[in-house]
Design a protein around this ligand. Structure first.
Ligand code: HEM
Length: 251
């Protein structure tokens, strides 16, 4: 049954699809439509602006190098809460957009239990149950949701200290710093996973598409749903074809 969130999201996707274009070739699958890509990069821009302006006013060492980017110390202080609000509002839209694929399932519990194998990269393809997002991606997503809530709740007393009083502002500082640290670590891991760790992933957020072999390697259950084909069989067929080409090339 379609909910108000689904209808809002489908409307937004349709409006953005009419303005942007995603070309999907024969050996590719559509992964992120225009709306998702615009939201992701808008969230990223506001997040980075909030992070840089936040570090600038937090650390005396970074104050001199970072505040000129925003027009001086006073301007940086003024802009930081607005960058942060922009990040939170855009991320709320992303939450509505990704609510379904980010819902936690038994498959994610299984994924988390074998995270060591994932990190060690011992298997050539992910287990058959890994769907559109894996357990790690979902954990990152829900960590951002929790951190954004903490940023908002702790940031408002820091923004209006006279209204809220010293004790609340002090608690706010501690919560804000802890959330910022968690987000920074998550962000560094996220950039690594989205680029160097898994070649072929970054283009999903630029061109919107991924190669089919990327899909059967990293998200087999999604590949099966999107194509109606068996990911393991297609992977083995591709390996056979590659070794056949290799042998005929060397004979
Ligand atoms: C600026 C550097 C960034 C790069 C290179 C990057 C790259 C990517 C890529 C390639 C994906 C698609 C992954 C897939 O389809 O499997 C993605 C997804 C995602 N991005 Fe980013 N991103 C960046 C910044 C951010 C920021 C600042 C946030 C939020 C604070 C963010 C939040 C997410 C989330 C929640 C997802 C979905 C879950 C996941 O794939 O981990 N990204 N990103």
């Amino acid at each position: 049954m379609s909910t108000a969130i689904d209808r809002f999201d489908e409307g937004a996707r349709a409006r953005f699809a009419a303005r942007g274009r995603t070309i999907v070739r024969d050996d590719e699958l559509l992964r992120h439509p225009v709306y998702t890509r615009v939201l992701h990069w808008s969230v990223a821009i506001f997040f980075i602006l909030a992070l840089l302006s936040g570090f600038a006013i937090y650390s005396p060492w970074l104050f001199h190098s970072l505040t000129p980017l925003f027009g001086g110390g006073a301007m940086t202080r003024l802009l930081h809460p607005w960058f942060s609000l922009g990040f939170v509002v855009l991320f709320v839209l992303q939450v509505l957009n990704w609510l379904r694929p980010m819902t936690w399932t038994d498959a994610d519990r299984r994924w988390v239990r074998r995270v060591r194998e994932y990190v060690a990269n011992t298997e050539p393809v992910e287990p058959e149950y890994v769907d559109f997002f894996n357990g790690g991606q979902k954990l990152y997503f829900w960590t951002i949701v929790a951190s954004a809530v903490i940023f908002l709740i702790s940031g408002i007393p820091m923004w209006f200290p006279k209204t809220f009083g010293r004790p609340l502002v002090d608690i706010g500082y501690v919560l804000h710093d802890v959330a910022a640290l968690v987000m920074l670590v998550g962000f560094i891991v996220h950039i690594y996973e989205g680029t160097a760790a898994q070649p072929g992933t970054f283009r999903s957020m630029t061109r919107g598409t991924v190669e089919k072999r990327w899909a059967w390697t990293h998200h087999p259950a999604w590949y099966r749903r999107a194509t109606g084909r068996n990911p393991r069989a297609d992977y083995e067929e591709a390996v056979r074809r590659r070794s056949g080409r290799h042998e005929s090339g060397t004979s």
